[in-house]
Design a binder for this molecule. Structure first.
Ligand SMILES: [Zn+2]
Length: 241
């Protein structure tokens, strides 16, 4: 029996048996892991909090390989406020789903873990627009996984994108100018691209003053969804078109 102590954020939980659940946790040193939470569905269960998505805790795990059992959990910070507001909840669920998709089982990823923590903290404790947090996190995920988006120049001809009408190419997941556009594209407003160019240089606490319209939020969703489909083959359930 091995014992492992690690920080982690619960990404999802599912029923396993009458009284147990299986939780999926993102950790800095062990990547994505799954573990059994025994007896957690009983009313009096002490570790009930650890069976909820958004739980950020110190976990004690025993077992080996992919047969881990949670033997202890201590809450580090509470992000459950996210679930009290509809837009926060949608964005928060998207953050967890993106982290789940981009992470690798048993593979350390400190950048992804700290990115998720900062994004959740900003969502739970500030008035920053949830869609801005979501887009900034997605840009970070694309960069970490080797798919950094080019926000400055047309993917095909290399000319600067700023003044031209910009299109998001659905097949490549990149921006192209109007001259290089293929048939499958989403038109993107100049302001959406400008906001993305700005935010990519900012850390999460610096995003608070960015104000976006619902059209821009919509375009963020389309860009994120299309890229997750292209890069990871995953149609994000948490973001609807
Ligand atoms: Zn071009």
């Amino acid at each position: 029996m091995q014992q492992m102590i690690t920080q982690g954020v619960v990404l999802r939980a599912m029923d396993y048996s009458e009284s147990d659940k299986i939780i999926t946790i993102l950790t800095p040193d062990h990547g994505r892991i799954t573990a059994i939470l025994k007896g957690v569905k009983k009313v009096t269960a002490k570790m009930k909090f650890a069976s909820q998505p958004f739980c950020f805790a110190q976990f004690k795990l025993v077992g080996r390989g992919d047969m881990l059992t949670v033997s202890g959990a201590t809450e580090i910070e509470n992000f459950f406020d996210i679930t009290q507001d509809y837009r926060d909840m949608v964005a928060g669920s998207a953050l967890l789903e993106m982290a789940d998709t981009a992470s690798v089982v048993q593979e350390p990823d400190h950048l992804l873990f700290s990115g998720l923590l900062h994004a959740l903290k900003t969502l739970a404790t500030t008035d920053t627009d949830p869609d801005v947090i979501m887009m900034r996190f997605a840009l970070g995920v694309f960069k970490i996984t080797g798919y950094a988006m080019n926000l400055r120049t047309c993917k095909t001809c290399g000319k600067p994108l700023n003044s031209d009408i910009v299109r998001f190419d659905v097949d490549s997941g990149e921006f192209v100018c109007i001259h290089c556009s293929t048939n499958r594209y989403i038109p993107i407003s100049a302001r959406t691209l400008e906001v993305m160019q700005n935010m990519v240089r900012l850390e999460f606490p610096e995003l608070e003053n960015i104000v976006i319209t619902s059209t821009e939020a919509q375009e963020f969703h389309q860009i994120i969804r299309a890229n997750f489909l292209i890069r990871f083959g995953k149609d994000l359930r948490s973001i609807k078109a």
